[in-house]
Design a protein around this ligand. Structure first.
Ligand code: CP
Length: 324
């Protein structure tokens, strides 16, 4: 293999080497586009990349449950020839004995070349980055951000719709606590011609800081809908469904009252455009009827697969591949 043939430099993302990734705007649109290109190259010919991160170690520190994010990062690192260590349950780490996040991070940074962390506290990833001598990747900090899910979402939209510009994107469900929503809204605010629909119960609307601080400043039009999905589904190009998150509620009664506010069914899909796509960061609970899964517009399992290639591209760029 000729030197430099698969390194991040070739795709314009050499600038990401050694960088933290805490929220989506940490990377420019051009850097993200470079990552999408690199993810596509990896997907086309994964064998070329099998030793790209040989000898490197990734730590995955999950203080909250995860299936997709943790396992796709670990799969990505293994497929790049690197190794993984970490924990999926903070009860098995010294955090359960009262160790501070700062001390955990300083320790793990001496064992690993990059750290992927999920934590229930908003701002935890930023704090970790301040104590880490190796790159920290935010795998979700409470109801705040989930930037690698956003890379996955954008890659899925690009692959299935061809472009992100000029799309009408509808977000449905828990828009208050949904970190994947917050990160994707921020990222979409940089694309021309995008317009957004927020469909949620009144108690779970998108935070004000996103409406006034991000969308208004970038002249992104948005409409808030408290009523039925039926009234708007026919106008949407990308429908982003989300779960009402039990773990973010202070009382069970509110959760039970709100959890089934929106359920996507084949009847509702019949009202949608023929080329609309349905995304969901998953896990799903009840908000998409399983009968929708066989609809060709249901893209959420394709989305999970793109997530692994996306994370391979991200790790290769942040770590700098052996052949970079
Ligand atoms: N999308 C997502 O973050 O899924 P997990 O909670 O399973 O990681």
């Amino acid at each position: 293999m000729e030197r430099g043939t698969f390194g991040a430099e070739r795709f314009g993302v050499g600038s990401l080497k050694g960088r933290h990734f805490i929220e989506p705007l940490n990377f420019s649109v051009e850097e993200m586009e470079g990552l999408f290109t690199l993810a596509g190259k990896i997907e086309e010919n994964p064998a070329i990349y099998r030793d790209a991160c040989k000898g490197r170690v990734l730590a995955t520190l999950f203080f909250e449950p995860s299936t997709r994010t943790r396992l796709s990062f670990e799969s990505a690192m293994l497929r790049l020839g690197g190794g993984c260590l970490g924990f999926a349950d903070p009860g098995s780490s010294s955090a359960s004995k009262g160790e501070s996040l700062a001390d955990t991070i300083r320790t793990v940074a001496s064992y690993a070349d990059a750290i992927v962390m999920r934590n229930p506290k908003e701002g935890a990833a930023l704090l970790a980055s301040r104590y880490s001598v190796v790159p920290v990747i935010n795998a979700g900090d409470g109801g705040h951000h989930h930037p690698t899910q956003t890379l996955t979402d954008l890659l899925t939209i690009l692959r299935l719709r061809g472009d992100v510009k000029n799309l009408r994107v509808g977000f449905c469900g828990d828009l208050k606590f949904g970190r994947t929503v917050h990160s994707l809204v921020k990222a979409l605010s940089r694309y021309e011609g995008v317009s957004l629909y927020f469909i949620s119960p009144g108690e779970l609307t998108v935070p004000k800081y996103l409406k006034t601080g991000v969308l208004a400043k970038n002249n992104i039009p948005y409409t808030e809908i408290g009523g039925s999905l039926d009234t708007v589904i026919g106008d949407i190009d990308v429908l982003y469904m989300t779960r009402v998150q039990r773990e973010r509620f202070f009382n069970e009664e509110d959760y039970i009252r709100l959890k089934d506010s929106y359920i996507l069914t084949p009847e509702k899909m019949a009202l949608a455009k023929k080329d609309m796509i349905v995304l969901h960061p998953l896990p799903r609970v009840n908000e998409i009827d399983m009968e929708v899964d066989s609809d060709p517009r249901a893209a959420y399992f394709k989305q999970t697969k793109y997530g692994m290639y996306m994370r391979m591209a991200l790790l290769l760029s942040i770590l700098g591949g052996n052949n970079a």
